[in-house]
Write a protein that binds this ligand. Structure first.
Ligand SMILES: [Cu+2]
Length: 135
């Protein structure tokens, strides 16, 4: 019985995570990138945990995903002055599917996500990663 329960509980968690939209924190994110959008463009992760990001760039051009440092924004255009404010960056060539991990920030808050390629923020490539503390 113990074995059955331990298999059953992760299955429930996966179902809840997929139905919960952006409110339920998840350690696995499926992110599709197009010209010029992140989908989803908001997601919620648990503080300090290892997050698996499965990305697919179905756009025609190179994109990247940048998570900005706490309290930092790239504004309408990512410039050299924003480089020291990068928490984490992933390059996503057109047509590539990547699975990669990063460690979520320890500080619960909202963190801006952007694509730094010129013009892409203005075209719509920005969003929010919410970091929540453990309950
Ligand atoms: Cu882009």
């Amino acid at each position: 019985m113990r074995l059955i329960l331990s298999l059953y509980i992760p299955a429930i968690s996966i179902v809840l995570a997929s139905c919960g939209g952006t409110s339920a924190p998840t350690t696995e994110i499926d992110l599709t990138v197009t010209d010029f959008q992140f989908s989803p463009n908001t997601f919620t992760v648990p503080a300090g945990k290892e997050i698996t990001l499965n990305t697919s760039n179905s756009g025609a051009v190179l994109h990247n995903l940048i998570i900005m440092n706490l309290g930092k924004t790239a504004g309408g255009e990512f410039g050299d002055e924003d480089l020291p404010n990068i928490y984490w960056k992933l390059e996503m060539p057109s047509g590539d599917n990547l699975s990669i991990t990063f460690t979520a920030p320890k500080e619960p808050s909202d963190y801006e996500i952007v694509c730094s390629i010129p013009g892409h923020i203005q075209a719509g490539m920005h969003g929010n990663m919410r970091v929540v503390g453990s309950e």
